[in-house]
Design a protein around this ligand. Structure first.
Ligand SMILES: NC(=O)c1ccc[n+]([C@@H]2O[C@H](COP(=O)([O-])OP(=O)(O)OC[C@H]3O[C@@H](n4cnc5c(N)ncnc54)[C@H](OP(=O)(O)O)[C@@H]3O)[C@@H](O)[C@H]2O)c1
Length: 336
């Protein structure tokens, strides 16, 4: 079967090659991967940014994909054959809160990821795709969507009337807008671009702020809407200060991303005197993924797909991600 492999910790280390077709053992399934999607994490991973947590080379890149079950091992219901499924991002985190060994089971490093024609997985590590979704749409779910879901619905328990601020218009951000809107929140999006803001307005964003024109956007949120109940913190070093300005006493800052750098200065005064909850978010479990699919099934949500590249054009997909020209998710087709 055809695969992409990362053979050195750099973009030049990406190679197309072949591996033997997998056969399912007891409790396992083989999924014919039809589509994949990129996350910012994949860019960091390819460049060796996860250090030893990235595992050993060669590794098949990309954590997120979807496809149909094409073979089942002993003990797995044969009726599952043909079902469209998505692999859970953390293969060993099935339920409950974050277990200590979760990172060892991440797809796309240290475990082999989805850019392979046929992927061997534990039957308990996959979840049925939302009803009526294509493989391409379903491929957007495992990392970006579950992270947004965990922050908005599971950890912050967003309720109707809450104010939720979302930073940027990338993969996690677009799903955060959609889930916060689904929960009945007033959604504020801050972005570098008016065109991108117009795109996310269609997803349910209520208030749009261009952070290039309004660098003090935390103040603008308070003035134009009200203090936020939840801030989806994706920017890291450059944005944490504004997130702290925007959030209400007792509100939550969901610490998710480090897009502008991983070392941030935190003014402790406004943090410790207002009972701010700093809630780190690390994707979610297999059961969280299932719950999220159930919520999607009961909604009209569809993912924001920016562009889809053929399997062989993976480097071009990485270029677009790196340029941050996209809104939502960048996808890659399967081999076929
Ligand atoms: N903790 C977790 O479990 C978890 C899971 C998934 C992702 N993440 C992290 O979350 C972040 C986003 O991931 P992603 O895959 O959604 O990324 P992405 O699709 O590449 O999103 C990038 C977008 O973020 C916005 N952005 C960049 N710098 C910004 C800044 N300084 N302030 C505000 N917005 C900024 C830009 O949108 P605009 O041009 O519209 O501003 C950019 O297009 C990454 O750091 C990723 O590693 C963490």
């Amino acid at each position: 079967m055809q695969v992409w492999e990362l053979t050195a910790w750099s973009r030049d280390g990406l190679r197309r090659t072949e591996r033997p077709d997998p056969a399912p053992g007891p409790g396992e399934v083989v999924v014919g991967i039809e589509a994949a999607s990129l996350n910012y994490r994949d860019l960091v991973m390819v460049n060796g940014g996860y250090g030893r947590a990235g595992g050993a080379l060669p590794v098949v890149p990309l954590s997120d994909g979807a496809g149909r079950i094409v073979a089942v091992g002993d003990g797995v219901d044969p009726a599952l054959a043909g079902q469209l499924v998505v692999p859970s991002f953390f293969q060993y985190w099935r339920s409950g809160r974050f277990p200590p060994d979760a990172l060892t089971g991440a797809l796309g490093g240290p475990l082999d990821g989805v850019l392979q024609e046929r992927m061997l997985l534990d039957a308990g590590g996959v979840v049925a795709a939302p009803r009526g979704w294509t493989a391409q749409e379903a491929s957007t779910l495992p990392c970006a969507a579950i992270t947004a879901w965990s922050a908005v619905a599971v950890l912050a328990r967003t309720r109707p009337g809450d104010v939720v601020v979302v930073e940027g218009t990338g993969g996690v951000a677009c799903f955060a807008v959609q889930f916060a809107h689904l929960c009945g929140a007033h959604v504020v999006v801050v972005s570098s671009s008016d065109a991108k803001l117009a795109a996310v307005q269609r997803l349910g964003a209520d208030t749009l702020i261009n952070y290039r024109r309004t660098p003090q956007w935390g103040k603008a949120v308070r003035a134009d809407v009200r203090e936020a109940d939840l801030v989806i913190e994706l920017g890291g070093a450059e944005t944490l200060g504004q997130a702290l300005r925007a959030v209400r006493p007792g509100g939550t800052i969901a610490l998710i991303g480090v897009l502008s750098g991983g070392l941030a200065e935190l003014p402790l005064g406004p943090a410790v005197t207002r009972e701010i909850r700093f809630q780190s978010v690390t994707c979610g479990s297999r059961d969280d993924l299932r719950d999220m699919v159930r919520a999607i099934d009961a909604s009209t949500i569809r993912p924001m797909i920016d562009r889809t590249y053929p399997f062989e054009a993976l480097p071009d997909a990485f270029d677009r991600l790196e340029a941050a020209a996209h809104v939502g998710k960048i996808c890659v087709s399967g081999v076929a």
